[in-house]
Design a protein around this ligand. Structure first.
Ligand SMILES: Nc1ncnc2c1ncn2[C@@H]1O[C@H](COP(=O)(O)OP(=O)(O)OP(=O)(O)O)[C@@H](O)[C@H]1O
Length: 750
């Protein structure tokens, strides 16, 4: 007997409670895969069947895909000829409100900027105006495509958070080189106003500000709704929340559905407390409804997800339970590419297809090693964002170009090749100038005289930068016999690539990502040391998305999706959770990273593989927190294993889990009694768990070290953050080098 699922409508008791909710606001906490759409469709049909006017019901979905899916399901399930309520996204509601407020004379008419080029032109113009009195180099850097994009995001976020640009700037910790964002935002606003234009973010921001400041306008939109149902509530931002409050007015009953544990859009203005304290603050008392059963995966993964998320403080205290009849889910951990490739091979050997599998990464730079490994192994794959193909990344193209130049010195005469190597990493000089200079260099093969016209107008710093780059390029053919990894490290060091990448990145996270990309490439080059040509070939490989291939996606891109096989790649400290010396983990950021991890692992249906790098790259603390061994053993016990006494880390939580599934499934009722759980002695904390956000390496002046490329040396200086210092080392043959201790391939010699 399945008491929880016995009804004719096929709903669980929890789902039925949501459908039949009677009066007042409601908060529905739904775990991943809880069948929210099924439940909300039934809720709408229930309201209609009870005589509610469809025009007084509004369903708000997070994006268009979710809206279309919901509309389709609702139409399918509704009796014929029944009028259905509106299902909309926040933006479409904002659009309609803007039209009404314009018609009523509260807002001046404005045209929506739809094309990317229009938006880019606007941002460019605003940056130029705000930096009118700055020097050419600063302006050039601010107009870099990535930085311009970051400015666009900044403008959107100011509106999403309903903040002032100065407040947002402080709050998000932008660097000093982005200070112009604050003034440039105001310039954007006046340009939009004078041209009678608006952006997508204005679709919510303008009507919200207007309604908040005009009580009479507010009176004209309030009071029409009896029910507002909001899906993915955990990811809505401040502007959406406040608009919802106005739309709901005093009469409408709001049903907020979501999962605070899956709030992963803080960088777009979402806050996990939207679902928690903020909801109470805005709407007051609400009935609480859990949707605790997932229909996606088995007990092992449900237990793993519960273990992982319980380390967060800011969360709903809710267990995720696997519904009876779900597929079994095997959990597996592994190290390096071999673990991933073996799992995929076995998957194929069992007759399963590549397109049932997905590899999830925390950020795109981590996908580079997956791509290279799959290419080497001949496993077809596709990317959720095609421009992320490794060979299409400008930095990768340039690094392959440096290696190529070492082997083909005649490329020093090729202006296009020189232009590529002068552009990545950037030299902070305008492109046309670089173009003129490389044409001359390709022709003369000499650095121009001090008074040459191609150098006119360049600042001393820019000249030094460019000259150093040219000297490196001339040196490379002499180093042709070096293995690629060593050559790449030399290039990275000679042009101070890490520093440039960090300086040129608009957000710290982007800088970290680029630097990580360098590390990944050097690691990969090291693995292919015996075949340097193959490595260059691999980087320049013009592969395309294979529709039948394994999908590679970021965790953000996987929101709401699921696959039979999911591999989470790059489970190492600094990668996932993501942090660096310049971007350390605050307790809030750690919780956000953990929610992202929770979303990643709960995408799997039948098999979850958790992959970490080997070597001295520390495993992610999340691996330890997930307690994979405990979860798999309890899963075996649930499936009828003979275990009676089991030592686990979280006996209380597992006990509650067993009790709950016993209530839902009579076959399992005995479990809570027959399985005795003991608290396992805590193991010595793993280095990852024990470490502070950034790993502690007790480096001392005088330590003797060995570097994978530079050989032996002695530590001369230890500086910076004690947990992750920068050290100066004098190498016997490679001279003095400055290194980030935790990143460099260093071992201490006794
Ligand atoms: N009571 C139930 N019994 C069995 N299966 C169910 C039940 N409710 C939902 N499901 C199944 O769970 C799966 C996910 O359901 P649905 O499409 O409604 O959820 P969703 O909104 O897409 O997912 P999520 O809850 O992750 O947002 C579907 O295959 C659906 O048939």
């Amino acid at each position: 007997m399945l008491p929880d699922r016995a009804s004719a409508d096929g709903l669980t008791a929890e789902q039925r409670a949501v459908v039949g909710h009677r009066q007042g606001h409601a908060r529905v906490a739904a775990v991943a895969g809880a069948g929210k759409t099924t439940t909300l469709v039934k809720r709408v049909l229930h309201l209609l069947a009870n005589g509610e006017n469809p025009r007084r019901i509004l369903v708000l979905m997070f994006n268009r895909a979710a809206r279309d899916d919901f509309r389709a399901k609702l139409t399918r399930e509704a009796p014929p000829n029944v009028a259905l309520p509106e299902v909309r996204t926040f933006h479409s509601i904002g659009h309609r409100l803007t039209q009404s407020l314009t018609r009523w004379g509260y807002l001046p008419p404005r045209q929506l900027l739809q094309a990317d080029w229009q938006r880019e032109r606007l941002l460019r113009q605003a940056v130029m105006q705000s930096l009118e009195s700055a020097d050419g180099e600063t302006r050039e850097a601010a107009l870099d495509a990535d930085r311009l994009e970051a400015f666009g995001q900044f403008c959107d976020l100011v509106k999403a958070e309903v903040a002032t640009p100065a407040e947002l700037f402080e709050k998000l910790g932008y660097t000093a080189s982005e200070r112009h964002f604050i003034d440039a935002f105001e310039v954007v606003e006046s340009l939009l106003e004078s041209a009678g234009q608006m952006t997508y973010a204005d679709l919510l921001h303008r009507p919200l500000r207007c309604l908040e400041s005009h009580a009479d306008a507010r009176r004209r939109v309030e009071g029409f709704l009896g029910h507002v149902i909001v899906d993915e509530y955990q990811d809505i931002n401040e502007a959406q929340l406040r608009l919802l409050k106005i739309l709901a007015g005093r009469q409408a009953q709001v049903m907020a559905v979501g999962d605070a544990n899956q709030c992963i859009y803080e960088w777009r203005g979402a806050r996990p407390d939207a679902m928690l304290a903020r909801f109470d603050g805005l709407f007051g008392n609400a009935s609480e409804y859990p949707l605790s059963y997932t229909f996606r995966h088995g007990h092992a993964l449900a237990l793993a997800a519960n273990h992982a998320i319980r380390h967060n403080r800011q969360r709903w205290d809710q267990l995720c339970l696997a519904a009876p009849g779900n597929p079994l889910t095997e959990l597996q951990t592994g190290v390096g590419a071999s673990a991933l490739l073996e799992t995929l091979q076995r998957w194929h050997a069992n007759g399963r297809h590549s397109d049932e599998a997905c590899v999830l990464v925390r950020s795109w730079s981590l996908s580079v090693s997956v791509q290279l490994q799959l290419l080497r192994a001949g496993v077809p794959f596709r990317l959720a964002q095609e421009e992320r193909f490794v060979f299409r990344l400008p930095l990768v193209q340039a690094l392959a170009g440096y290696l190529q130049l070492a082997r083909e010195p005649q490329r020093l005469h090729d202006p296009a090749h020189l232009a590529l190597l002068f552009s990545q990493p950037t030299t902070f000089v305008a492109q046309e100038r670089v173009r003129r200079l490389v044409d001359e260099l390709a022709r003369t093969q000499h650095w121009p005289a001090r008074d040459a016209s191609v150098l006119a107008g360049l600042k001393p710093g820019q000249r030094r930068h460019l000259k150093r780059r040219w000297q490196l390029l001339c040196e490379l053919p002499k180093l042709a016999s070096w293995p690629p990894a060593k050559l790449l490290e030399h290039v990275v060091d000679a042009i101070d690539a890490e520093k440039i990448l960090r300086r040129s990145a608009a957000r710290r996270e982007k800088g970290d990502d680029d630097v990580r990309l360098l590390d990944v490439l050097i690691e990969q080059a090291g693995e292919l040391a015996s075949d340097p040509e193959a490595f260059i070939e691999l980087l320049r490989n013009p592969v395309e998305n294979r529709p039948d291939g394994v999908l590679i996606s970021t965790v953000h891109g996987a929101k709401g999706l699921e696959w039979p096989l999911v591999a989470v790649w790059g489970l190492n400290e600094e990668d996932f959770p993501h942090f660096s010396r310049d971007n350390p983990l605050s307790p809030e950021r750690l919780e956000e990273e953990r929610r992202l991890y929770y979303v990643a692992i709960t995408r799997a249906r039948e098999r979850l593989l958790l992959v970490q790098d080997g070597g001295d790259h520390r495993p992610s603390r999340f691996l330890d927190e997930t307690a994979v061994e405990d979860c798999s053993r309890i899963d075996r016990a649930i499936r009828g294993g003979r275990e009676t006494g089991v030592a686990v880390r979280e006996p209380e939580m597992i006990g509650t889990y067993l009790e709950r599934i016993g209530q839902a499934c009579a076959d399992l009722e005995h479990l809570g009694r027959s399985l005795t759980l003991h608290a396992r002695q805590p193991e010595a904390p793993s280095p990852a768990a024990a470490a502070e956000p950034v790993g502690v390496a007790p480096w001392r002046v005088g330590d003797r070290v060995r570097h994978a490329s530079f050989g032996d040396g002695e530590v001369l200086v230890v500086e910076g953050n004690a947990a992750n210092p920068v050290i100066d080392v004098r190498f016997v043959s490679a001279g003095r080098r400055r290194l980030i201790a935790s990143r460099a391939p260093l071992t201490k010699l006794s």
